[in-house]
Design a protein around this ligand. Structure first.
Ligand code: NAD
Ligand code: TDX
Length: 342
């Protein structure tokens, strides 16, 4: 089997770290180089099981640091680059957009410039279904395909869409061998407790109020994080250069239903639910049409939501130290500022 060196940026975050762990297990002959600035969302504890693995190395580095990134490419000579690094939380992008533009757009540009200079065989951009904007609740037959026009709502999604356009421009102009995946909402272990599912789990465990934005009827299409890793693994090995692949779970659930499922599983009362002011520009519904990645690459999600959500809740129960440490830090200020109503 061929060995490859894969540079994973943002590999100390939720999906990136799951991908690092997945790849080291699935391809034990590969070298994985993780680059992460360790922002509030990055956590080296997540990577502690592989820190001693001789095929794994970690570099604390900002992807906007051109000199540092070029030096790293020079010394590690990656075959493939997978860019997970991003500011990822919509609510934070509403409070302060600037860092989203810097990391998500300029950081992607730096990684692509280095990928050109060192002639990587593939640059894969981790994008999101949010670049397509939203769908109405009353037309359930409408789904996002790869041909759906880009139409963004938040500074976060606009920054991800700008990066996607830049990636496609680098392909057309410079012939950079790129692929892009646009995935729906992920859930699973190591998810930072600012996002809906982990926030509701940790609040419910502490008998704290569960803040539901607006009427709670917004819909997301949930995919277990390991299935996202599987999809990216398929794309970097078998995907066609220049192509975009939507990745989804065919699993649309409203926010309020998610919250109720979590409360039921934890045997906590629905009286913990608090309806709070809606998110500005709140997207109503996301739903991915995964036909292309299924037909072209044989992708099928392996974990059904009813099992995945149970596994996720069990993980948070068994790994309290991981998230309790997070709650002790700056998170408290964030939570107080963001959720003044509760
Ligand atoms: P996350 O916020 O948990 O992790 C992001 C990681 O990137 C962190 O480890 C952080 O330290 C690192 N990072 C941030 N800025 C950096 C910089 N300038 N230089 C180097 N590292 C930096 O995010 P996530 O949920 O794991 O998302 C990963 C990627 O997947 C993002 O690109 C996001 O847009 C995309 N995505 C996420 C979801 C989802 O449901 N979470 C769905 C679709 C796509
Ligand atoms: O406290 C909350 N209450 C609430 O009702 C939070 C944090 C969220 N919500 C709602 C807003 C959304 O409708 O839950 C839904 C999910 O919210 P998030 O977890 O913030 O995710 P979302 O905005 O859908 O974006 C996620 O999926 C796409 C990721 O954070 C993005 O990085 C990814 O691109």
């Amino acid at each position: 089997m061929n060995s490859k060196t894969i540079l994973v940026s943002g590999g100390a975050g939720f999906i990136g770290a799951n991908f690092v762990l997945y790849m080291l297990k699935k391809h034990p002959q590969y070298k994985i180089i993780c680059v992460d600035a360790l922002t509030y969302a990055g956590n080296l504890k997540t990577l502690s099981p592989v820190m001693e693995n001789p095929n794994f190395s970690f570099f604390k580095l900002d992807i906007t640091d051109r000199k540092g990134i070029f030096e790293l490419f020079q010394s590690t000579k990656p075959d493939i680059v997978v860019n997970f690094a991003a500011e990822s939380h919509v609510d934070r992008s509403i409070k302060d957009p600037e860092i989203f533009l810097k990391t998500n757009i300029l950081g992607t540009q730096v990684l692509m410039d280095a990928s050109r200079e060192f002639q990587v065989e593939r640059f894969h951009q981790i994008s999101t279904d949010e670049v397509y904007g939203d769908l109405p609740l009353d037309k359930p037959e409408l789904l996002f395909t790869e041909k759906t026009p880009i139409h963004t709502s938040s500074p976060y999604s606009a920054s991800k869409a700008a990066a996607d356009l830049l990636v496609l421009a680098y392909h057309r102009t410079f012939n950079l061998p790129v692929t892009i995946s646009r995935c729906s909402n992920n859930y699973g272990p190591y998810h930072f407790p600012e996002k809906l599912i982990p926030l509701m789990i940790v609040n419910a465990l502490a008998d704290k109020a569960l803040p539901v934005y607006g009427d709670g009827l917004n819909i997301r299409d949930w995919l277990y994080v390991e299935d996202h890793c599987l999809a990216v693994d398929l794309i970097i090995h078998h995907g066609v250069v220049g192509e975009v692949y939507n990745v989804g779970g065919n699993n649309e659930v409203s926010n309020i239903d998610i919250v109720k499922i979590i409360l039921k599983e934890l045997q906590k009362p629905e009286s913990l639910i608090r309806y709070v002011k809606d998110r500005a520009g709140h997207d109503r519904r996301y739903a991915i049409d995964p036909t292309k990645i299924h037909n072209d690459l044989g992708f099928l999600p392996q974990t059904q939501f009813k099992d995945g959500i149970k596994k996720t809740i069990a993980w948070y129960l068994e790994n309290r130290a991981w998230w309790e440490d997070i709650l002790k830090g700056d998170y408290q200020n964030y939570f107080q500022e963001m959720y003044q109503e509760i």
